[in-house]
Design a protein around this ligand. Sequence first.
Ligand SMILES: Nc1ccn([C@@H]2O[C@H](COP(=O)(O)OP(=O)(O)OP(=O)(O)O)[C@@H](O)[C@H]2O)c(=O)n1
Ligand SMILES: C[C@](O)(CO)[C@H](O)COP(=O)(O)O
Length: 417
Amino acid sequence: MDSRLRSIGVLLAGGVGQRAGLGRPKQLAEVAGRTIIEHSLAVFEAAPEIDEIVVLMTPGYADQIREIVERGGYRKVSKIVDGGASRTESTWRALRALGDEECDVLLHDAVRPLLEPRIITECVRALETHQAVNVAIPSSDTVLVAEPVPDGEVIGEVLDRSRLRRSQTPQCFRLSVIREAYERAFADPEFGRRPATDDCGVVLRYLPDVPIHLVPGSEHNIKVTHPADLHIAELLFELPKAVPAGDRRALAGQSVVVLGDTETAELAAAQGARVHAFSRADGVRVEDFDSVAKALDGVGGVDHVVSAPVAAHLDGLADEAAGVDHLGALNVARAARPHLRGSLLLQVPRGSGALHASTAAALTGLTRALAREWAADGIRVNCVNTAASPLLVAQTSLDILISDLSGQVIDVRVDGA
Ligand SMILES: Nc1ccn([C@@H]2O[C@H](COP(=O)(O)OP(=O)(O)OP(=O)(O)O)[C@@H](O)[C@H]2O)c(=O)n1
Ligand SMILES: C[C@](O)(CO)[C@H](O)COP(=O)(O)O
């Protein structure tokens, strides 16, 4: 029997986002095709270690969160509670909403949408042996203490950088511990005059005997605070990801349609997949919707569809041909949808030049949009860069098919294992 405590993820989204200056809470701003809070929600929803999610939302915006939760099917969300006037007041409200049963609480800034699942795993594991855990990264800047002087500021002290860490979230605690720290804080009039900027600050000040264990954070786990952070977050989401190598024999018996990439078709067949391969030689031209639809209608129910770039096989300027890859991907997606049970994989052409760049951007956008639209039916959509040997592209393609990734732009692994 599993004897571990329940783990509750608390998304702190009660702020107004004054520094971002958007005129509405920044957690509702869109980055990489989703609201910032939905990215955070999705990470907690997908984390096997998390049993329940509580959202603290800016008063007046609860309906928008309810809609996001319902539309996205975030089944772990148990409560949406109005946030308080400060971050610590929002935490305090969350702690009071959690009931009396002992559990582990992971308090996360909803505006850190790039949280990695690895961090949640390590935090929950650390809570098995520690009562308080924080996520932190080393400081790459030298940090100094400024002293006020009549004409401005001077350096009072340069801190020892080797010991400095930048605090992130989630900040994680046994419920009874964080609750006791907050009870003491909110009973202390001095706390109102000198509030803490994070939850660990409250524990350190009011329960100094509780050691706060540190788990390595990530440079990508940024807090969207200022307007430029929205652009940085967008770029970070666009970074191609690596895919873990899986057991490709999982494809055995599955029905896989491959348009154009013979290497991937052969490798899938070698793993025991029922492969239906189509190419221009068979009269299937992806820029012609009817020919693609006819091919897929003939197959019927299909677990995975892989769509390879066609530009290299077309006559004419490579740049002009690259545009066909965009239309081809749209046609394959449209034709595959009625038959698809598992996933669609779009291979992104290699190349250079403006048209190639716009095609690659279009396929990335298409992948993310389709992944969102088709998620409700359990269909995953990804794309993979093909700037590598055909064998590496084929191996990575199969690893993506058997993964649970969706909406991802994936780089071919260099080791090719
Ligand atoms: N009253 C508050 C204030 C902040 N937060 C949450 O705490 C996280 C970190 O706070 P911050 O970046 O400061 O967000 P805002 O308070 O919205 O920003 P600003 O200070 O610029 O107004 C955010 O997810 C924010 O929504 C909260 O739950 N309740
Ligand atoms: C909790 C925190 O994100 C850790 O770095 C940070 O202290 C929050 O500060 P904010 O002023 O509420 O953004």
